[in-house]
Design a protein around this ligand. Sequence first.
Ligand code: SAH
Ligand code: SF4
Ligand code: F3S
Length: 488
Amino acid sequence: MSQIIEALDILTPENKQEDQCSVKTTAEQNTGKARKLYIESYGCQMNFSDSEIVTSIMQKEGFDTTDSFEKADVIFLNTCSIREKAEQTVRKRLGQFNTLKEEKPELLVGVLGCMAERLKSQLLEEEQIVDLVAGPDAYRDLPNLVQQVDEGTKSVNTFLSREETYADINPVRLNSNGVTAFISIMRGCDNMCSFCVVPFTRGRERSRDPHSIVREAQDLFDRGYREVTLLGQNVDSYKWSSNSELKGKAQSERARETDIVNFANLLEMVAQVHPDLRIRFSTSHPKDITDEVLHTMKRYENICKYIHLPAQSGNTRVLELMNRTYSREWYIDRVDAIRRILGEDCGISSDMIAGFSTETEEEHQETLTLMDYVQYDFSYMFYYSERPGTLAARKYEDNIPLDVKKRRLREIIEKQQAISLKRNQRDVGKTFKVLVEGFSKRSDDDLQGRNSANKVIVFPKKHYHKGQYVKVQVHDCTAATLLGEIVE
Ligand code: SAH
Ligand code: SF4
Ligand code: F3S
């Protein structure tokens, strides 16, 4: 699997990179269907999860998948717009497909995802090679869009829906280790963080029917999976009322079923699928994470004690400009609640943006002191990249010079690496329950898995295999990984 890491734009411990900025492709699947589909996915887990929905839709339309674009009849790039570099990467990739298309004029090239939504038909004008543009809510229409191209016209659908959750579509698991899987529980985002393009590319927030989520978790468990990660841009605002499902039904019937399911309730429902099914979730929003969620996590051993709680900045004025709607003090209060309810071993991670508009040296220092306070296990770290159309692009000048942004980012990264190492050293000597996910990246004599706090642990395999829970005692570590030995 090729990895694209934006130089200094992101730096994370090596084994955590796959969450963002990596590229994932479809695997080879040969069931004798007429045409072959190749999908390359960029960006966040949401996009990877969407590619599994797209594959499911396309399989029903007579497509097998392939892991090599040379063999494909249709190439889809499922794209990300979060930073400028993410879009540049996709444009470069499209350029690389030019010669392929010259040799094979019937090849169909489609752009899906956030960049498709942001640029719409403009993408057809700017990138000659593109035949099809489909936004994140238009995937059910892909068979029609492909047919239009087959009939000789380029096709575009970037309609954003208020309802679409693809709840009834059974995703085809791609790049799967057969042990861990993602379940999308909501789509879109109603927050308006001033730097962020997601509300424009993914539309309004909507939650998926909890029963379909539980069914998907149960089905995965029955097929041998042992961990699910519930995905949403802001999982704490998950909210589903049975009323919304009953639009066509009689009033009386509607009145009876007005139960509201919030995120804590959903966590509990999924945790009850089976004690051996681990639950993770991402992303938590500091303004919305409740003590109720933390108490639910505590009650269920199988809900992992790990929270991705992006701070973005440690300074209240910058947070205000970012429109994050919390202060440094509020954020610290939420971290204190996590430590009080779930203890010191609960994993906490963050996203940080260096060099947002008008950020002073002192304000940047406050990001560093927040990191000292929280002691994050790891962070995704970026420098600010202005995105067209966002609140920040319209209201604030992108006035921190690139070299200053990069230097501040470097300071944040160095701080995080020191803290990650310290947090891992605390674990040396301890024994953890680990779900085995497969062989380690370096050797087939070693296995790797994660503990509840999301730390990667590598250990000699003995006679164990993926999908099993083992107890591992840690004897050494780096900033990124714990090393241990199975205790029987
Ligand atoms: N919903 C999640 C984040 C999704 S985007 C949340 O609220 O935390 C993932 C991360 O990308 C963000 O947390 C932020 O740190 C980073 N990011 C988003 N827009 C950015 C921009 N314009 N420049 C740099 N980093 C950005
Ligand atoms: Fe973007 Fe903010 Fe929504 Fe996250 S919560 S996706 S950062 S707008
Ligand atoms: Fe995800 Fe990138 Fe879109 S981070 S939501 S794929 S802009």
